[in-house]
Design a protein around this ligand. Structure first.
Ligand SMILES: Nc1ncnc2c1ncn2[C@@H]1O[C@H](COP(=O)(O)OP(=O)(O)OP(=O)(O)O)[C@@H](O)[C@H]1O
Length: 306
């Protein structure tokens, strides 16, 4: 199922949300996604708002429950009913959220927040004192030591995101979901946070899932890029943005005319059936994600797209 360097593998991952008081409605946030990530790899996940990126990220670290599918950590299936195993799994998985200001308790000093994981997981063996670990984490994230005594409102957006990253690193994670960690920051600060994550990855070999709307950032930092649309990965591979094949990836890259909007709840077959230049009757059924050249693509007729 996976080689020794694979950290996380997900097969046929799906998440459905139920809503409505009088009539129940199901929204497929994530549909039948296969995913894997290696130690030290950056996987950039790109897609428009509502395509299911955050939901997939949360499923991969078991922050929310799967509706169906299976999740494996280093080749062993993660069973959410096994509380002890789940606890161990969660120590190794972290998330950096989009809004750093919501991630830290406004009443706590930065030092107290950064060291919070050691209070939650009090069984952890800490090498050195908490003060030493705090200093190490502040150094790793380029935060001035004096900021440890400040409250979140006394930090800038970029400094706040560094403090959040410091807390994320406290338990030495093996996989971090970075959920648009730069989208709320000034353009000038965005690059420094991306460089910080890259330098941390170089030192620690942590695997990163980098969620973004921005295809330029995805192309810049992703060892692999996955394009998500209506809960599914429609194209995946290295350097796919230089020669996008799937009609949706092509529209994201601006090399195809905009498509019609479709309702995710009523899509039965390929969501691009109406707009795709190569569609046929078979496209009214759900296409599989197939390996094609240097990538995977969700299409019945990938040969026609090249
Ligand atoms: N808790 C929830 N209850 C009901 N529906 C939800 C819930 N969370 C997400 N959804 C729905 O699931 C779909 C995917 O949402 P998700 O947040 O994963 O998308 P996204 O690609 O991360 O969007 P964005 O880029 O705007 O953050 C959307 O249609 C959303 O409305």
């Amino acid at each position: 199922m996976s080689d020794a360097s694979t950290i996380i593998t997900g097969t046929s991952l799906s998440k459905t949300y139920e809503s409505g008081i009088f009539t129940r409605q199901s929204t497929y946030a994530v549909r039948d996604v296969d995913f894997s990530i290696q130690r030290g790899e950056t996987y950039a996940l790109v897609g428009e708002s509502g395509s299911g990126k955050t939901t997939l990220g949360k499923l991969l670290i078991m922050l929310i429950h799967l509706t169906s599918g299976h999740l494996y950590y280093k080749g062993t299936q993660v069973d959410p009913k096994q509380k002890q195993e789940l606890g161990l799994f969660r120590k190794k998985m972290q998330i950096i959220p989009q809004h750093p200001e919501d991630a830290l308790n406004p009443r706590w000093k930065v030092s107290y927040s950064v060291l919070e994981p050691f209070r939650i997981h009090d069984d952890l063996e800490l090498h050195g004192t908490k003060k030493e670990r705090l200093t190490e984490l502040l150094d790793m994230t380029g935060l001035n030591h004096e900021y440890a005594n400040r409250y979140p409102h006394q930090l800038s957006g970029g400094e706040l995101q560094r403090a959040v990253i410091a807390r994320t690193l406290a338990l030495k994670p093996e996989f971090i979901v970075c959920d648009e960690p730069t989208s709320m920051l000034d353009v000038s600060v965005q690059a420094s946070i991306i460089h910080l994550l890259q330098s941390i990855q170089k030192k620690t070999h942590v695997a990163l899932l980098f969620i973004t709307h921005d295809i330029r950032i995805a192309s810049l930092i992703g060892d692999r890029i996955g394009v998500m649309y209506q809960g599914q990965i429609v194209e995946e591979g290295e350097h796919i943005m230089t020669k996008p094949l799937h009609p949706y990836t092509r529209s994201l890259c601006g090399c195809a005319s905009p498509r019609h909007q479709t309702n995710p709840k009523v899509v039965m077959g390929c969501p691009f059936y109406a707009d795709c230049p190569v569609s046929e009757e078979r496209c009214r059924t759900q296409p599989p994600l197939v390996s094609w050249g240097n990538r995977k693509i969700r299409c019945h007729f990938p040969e026609k797209l090249t």
